[in-house]
Every structure is written in C-alpha cells, then in structure tokens.
Design a binder for this molecule. Structure first.
Ligand SMILES: Cc1ncc(COP(=O)(O)O)c(C=O)c1O
Length: 410
C-alpha cells in the first residue's frame, strides 16, 4: 500500500481469531503456547537434554511402546514420513504402499525418490483396505516394507492395521505406519500391533504447532538400518547420526547433529504432558463423544458421512456436501463471519466433501455447537429444508445421554 509507513509495516502482527476445525493444524492449549515463549537454552545444555529424555519417555507412553529408538524429528509430519522411508529403504528395494487417499500417494512419491520399486495397492478415496489385499500383494511382490496410513486425513478413513501387521510379519516384511492424524486421538498400539516403524506430526491430535515429527522404530527396523549396505540418502534425516544426539542408542554422550528447534521441543513436552495428564483412554473417549454429538447434529441437517460406519475417524469428519450447496461460498462465509476453518475435499473429493476436524484441544462441545449452528445458517440460507434448532437439539441429546450414563456408572 502506497500510503503505508515503514513503522506501520514493522509494528506487531497478530492473526484474526480463528476456531480451527479443519484437517489440522488444530487449536493449541494456552499452556503449550506459553511454553513456546520460554527463554532459549542451548541445544546441548543439560537442562535441554533432560527435556529431550522426558519427551522420549512421554512419546513412548503415547505410542504405547518400549522402543528405545523413539524421538521427535525436526520437521513436520512429512519429515517423519521421509525419515522412515530413507532409513529403511535402499535403492532397488521393493515396497508395497496402500493408496486410498492423498497421503498414501505421497508415501509412494517419497519411496520412489528414495529408489524403491513401489507396488501400489489401491482403493477409491473414502474406502478402507481389506487385509487380504495386502496378503496377496505381499505374496506376489515379496517386498522389504509395506507402508500404510492409519488415519487418512484426506478422506476421514480409519484403517485397521493389526491383521495387516500380522500378515507382514508372517512373510518377513516390515510395516511402516503413518499416524500423523491418529496419535493422541484414537488408539495407536505400536507394541501390541507390532508396528515396525511409525511417524506422526505435532499439529493434529497432539495440539501442538506444526514443526516436529514423533517417530518410533522397533527392533526389526533397527536391525534393518544397522545392516544397510548403502549410506542413508538424506544427511539431515539419517537416524544413525540423529540417535547420537537424542541418546536413543546407548544413553551415553550426546553429539551435535543439528541445532534442535528448542522452543518447539518445549511445546511438544507440554503438549505430551497435557495428553498424559488427561489420560489416553479419557482422551479417546472425549474424541468419540464429540464426534457422536457432531454426527447427530450433521445428520439432523441432512449431511451424510463419506466413509462407511465402522471406518470413520472421530477426529476428522469427512462428509458429503449436500446437493445445491456451494462449497467455496460456505467455507468463505464460515471463515469471514464466524472465524471457523473447516477443510474442503481433496483429489476426487474436491468440491464434494467437507472435512470437519475435532482434534485435540479443538475437540470440545463448544466447537461442536458453534460449527453446527453456523452450518445450519448456511444451509438454510442456501434454501435447504432444515428444521431450525434441530442440529443443536440432536447434539445436546448425545451430551445429555452421555452424562446420564456417566452418572449411572459413578
Ligand atoms: C496422514 C498425513 N500424513 C502426512 C501428513 C504430512 O504432514 P505435514 O503436513 O505436517 O508435513 C499429513 C498432513 O496433513 C497427514 O494428514
């Protein structure tokens, strides 16, 4: 702007208030925001090393694993994906990847760039895989690694993984799992399901800003890394060096690898403390309850889910936009009038789906009520025959029944 002075341009900036109900990032608890503003420590300061140790211990609890090699990679969820793939894959290795959404597709791209010969097991967007599809692919291809997305953020599908993990191990194949959108929102049982390599992100159900990628590697995966014949293609994501900084190998001396994003690690420690203070089971129950209330309200508005019952993520509600409703106009109005962010559809679902996230700190009854009443207004203004108040009524009924049930159990 021509009339803007230098001092105006340089004065403090603050975002408009937003309610983040999209596919991530989710809202961040004030305690986590406060942690981001704490004074810096050096990346080898004993106090920072102690914080890293504590973070690893908490990550093991959240991943439900005893894996010593559990840490937070510096980078977003995609850095977690690359870490898993570049450390496990050597050029010419075979990998089978399940693609039923955008993030399975991204895994294929990352694996091919790492030199893998990739075979895709494909399903339409919005559907989950049957274990038999992987059984036949693993028999046919004899891969080193199978890659799967647990919570497909682009479609709201929850992929059951336990049987697929068993099939992989019966054939001596490793399983890598994307838990970017599942960790902290639904159970991720790394040891019980015997998942070999797992990555996640901080900005979904952990409700921390984006910037770190929690990862964990089981004994089979560690052995594969130790036996590599070729150098890991990425210097930055080479776990054999990173583990010397995190102390994940022997608990001994720490060696500088890169300057850790100090305050992001403060934030993750605080976010994990909040998860564990709440308790994993209570947190999963909260995600389920708010999802049930949202679902009842959406149903009263005539809005249907895209994934089939039984395969729906409570934290990412992927629904069909009712016929005659303008996707862009509704999402613009939600943002401009109420400050609400929801997601649109991706790939073949573009213009056809909304993705309503109820993740971590965003997953609260107040947000369910807000988004339902805003959507009701939008649909009524679009001329849909919506009964005023029916959505909030349906959601309240779910909350009422849940608290009556809880009172009966006390
Ligand atoms: C399932 C899944 N995998 C990977 C990613 C990539 O994570 P990031 O955007 O943090 O790099 C995302 C991000 O939305 C995701 O939802």
């Amino acid at each position: 702007m021509a009339h803007e002075t230098v001092s105006e341009r340089l004065s403090a900036w603050a975002p408009s208030p937003r309610t983040l109900l999209g596919p991530g990032p989710s809202e961040v608890h004030p305690r986590v925001l406060a942690a981001l503003g704490l004074p810096l420590l050096g990346h080898l300061d004993p106090e920072f090393i102690a914080l890293m140790d504590q973070t690893q211990a908490m990550l093991r609890q959240v991943f439900r694993t005893q894996n010593p090699l559990t840490l937070a990679v510096s980078g977003t969820g995609s850095a977690g994906m690359e870490t898993v793939i570049v450390n496990l894959i050597e050029p010419g290795d075979r990998m089978v990847v399940g693609v039923n959404g955008v993030f399975g597709g991204r895994m294929v791209d990352v694996a091919q760039r790492a030199g893998a010969e990739v075979t895709v097991v494909e399903r339409p967007f919005g559907e989950a895989f049957a274990p038999e599809e992987f059984e036949s692919a693993v028999r046919r291809v004899r891969p080193k690694l199978v890659g799967l997305v647990h919570a497909e953020t682009s479609t709201g599908v929850c992929q059951p993984v336990e049987t697929i993990a068993r099939i992989c191990h019966e054939h001596g194949v490793l399983l890598a799992l994307d838990t970017v959108t599942s960790l902290g929102g639904i159970p991720v049982e790394v040891d019980a399901w015997e998942i070999d390599a797992v990555y996640s992100g901080t900005q979904k159900c952990l409700s921390c800003p984006p910037g770190l990628a929690p990862v964990t590697f089981g004994p089979r995966a560690v052995e594969v890394i130790q036996r590599r014949k070729t150098k890991i293609q990425s210097w930055y994501l080479d776990l054999t060096m990173i583990m010397k900084y995190w102390g994940a190998s022997d608990g001994g001396a720490r060696f500088y690898h890169h300057t850790a994003p100090i305050n992001m690690n403060y934030a993750l420690r605080e976010a994990l403390a909040l998860v564990l203070e709440e308790g994993l089971e209570a947190r999963f129950a909260r995600h389920r309850l708010n999802h049930e209330a949202l679902k009842a309200g959406l149903s009263a508005l005539g809005i249907e889910y895209i994934p089939a019952e039984g395969y729906r993520l409570p934290q990412l509600n992927c629904v069909a936009i009712p016929p005659g409703v303008d996707d862009g106009a509704v999402r613009r109005r939600l943002l401009q009038q109420w400050g609400i962010e929801i997601g649109g559809g991706l790939g073949p679902l573009a213009g056809k789906a909304w993705r309503i996230g109820l993740m971590g700190y965003s997953c609260r009854p107040a947000n369910v009520t807000l988004v339902l009443s805003a959507l009701e207004t939008c649909l009524r203004d679009a001329g849909l025959p919506v009964q005023p108040g029916a959505a909030l009524d349906a959601a309240s009924r779910v909350y009422r029944e849940a608290s009556a049930g809880q009172a009966a159990r006390v």
